[in-house]
Ligand binder design. Structure first.
Ligand code: NAD
Length: 294
């Protein structure tokens, strides 16, 4: 029998993810506060719901793709828990703080529902193309139930451990990414000042111990390495504002557990500066221009 998914939050990421559920044979009941997002979901074959509670009513599973923890908590506590079928599965794919993720899952579990946190790696293109990576936190039972639904929207589904561990993996990974991008940018900027050609520095460092994904898959210098947002005026890709959001989540989580994250703190300050310069919407590899003093 066709499974029905309530999909709440059909923005840049959720719109493509819901379209992939539809392509893979699921029925989708869509709800978003934005009329535009709802109209696009309908055009892909989703049924429009009048509220999050209406979407969840009678659904086999609820997927949320919302901006932040406060939205996730209010949608589940305010609407979904009360409306969902007994036995419905909940999957929150938003990037939110670990503490809220754990609280929302605990409240769902107390009411007898299985729930996972399943944030994603991959941007809008991966959401549209069904090639996201999902990092999943939750019990073995909840993970096994979630896997086929997540597989319809992504290429990899990895169990990271108990509730909240998907969010923990996501923010630790993105803190590492933010720090390696800053380090890659400052190294290229300094190499240039020392009279080293960027391509020559790339040829050496990309096969030496300074190599990282930020250098060899996403080089911040235009015309060097494989095609990346730097070749396109730093448009598209992963926005400065989203990197800043993830770094804030990382440093807040670090403070809560007493982890020492000096590199994460430095990356957060630098991305805040870049955002303050009005660059929140451009790709995060734009950091190189700030460090070059452009
Ligand atoms: P978005 O702002 O485009 O979409 C969020 C949608 O949620 C909007 O359409 C908004 O109207 C809707 N919404 C907000 N509150 C709501 C509510 N109470 N009920 C129903 N709908 C509501 O954001 P996005 O880029 O799609 O990102 C969604 C999540 O995915 C975020 O947590 C983000 O950090 C994460 N993420 C984004 C990217 C990316 O490249 N955009 C990559 C990885 C993860």
């Amino acid at each position: 029998m066709t499974q029905t998914i309530a999909f709440i939050g059909l923005g840049n990421m959720g719109g493509g993810m819901a379209a992939n559920l539809l392509k893979n044979g699921y029925a989708v009941r869509a709800f978003d506060l934005s009329e535009d997002a709802l109209a696009k979901a309908e055009a892909h074959g989703a049924t429009r719901a009048a509220s999050a509670a209406d979407a969840a009513t009678g659904a086999d599973a609820v997927v949320t793709m919302l901006p932040a923890g406060k939205h996730v908590e209010s949608v589940y506590a305010g609407e979904v828990y009360g409306a969902a079928n007994p036995g419905a599965l909940f999957l929150d794919c938003s990037t939110i703080d670990v503490a809220t993720a754990r609280r929302v899952i605990e409240a769902a579990t107390d009411r007898g529902f299985d729930m996972v946190d399943a944030p994603v790696s991959g941007g809008i293109a991966a959401a549209n193309g069904g090639t996201l990576t999902f990092m999943v936190g939750g019990t073995d039972t909840a993970f096994e139930k979630a896997k086929p639904i997540l597989s319809a929207m992504g290429k990899a589904v990895i169990h990271a451990g108990g509730a909240g561990n998907g969010q923990a993996a996501k923010i630790c990974n993105n803190m590492l990414l933010g720090a390696t991008m800053v380090a890659t940018c400052e190294s290229f900027a300094m190499a240039k000042k020392l009279g080293l050609d960027p391509q020559t520095f790339y040829d050496i460092s990309s096969v030496s111990s300074g190599q990282s994904w930020s250098m060899t898959s996403y080089c911040p210098v235009p015309g060097v390495g494989p095609q990346s947002p730097s070749d396109n005026g730093y448009q598209g890709g992963f926005a400065v504002g989203l990197m800043l959001k993830d770094l804030k989540l990382a440093t807040e989580a670090a403070a809560l557990v007493g982890a020492s994250v000096p590199m994460g703190n430095a990356a957060e300050s630098l991305y805040q500066l870049l955002a303050n310069q009005g660059e929140a919407g451009r790709d995060f590899s734009l950091m190189i221009e700030m460090l070059e003093g452009k």
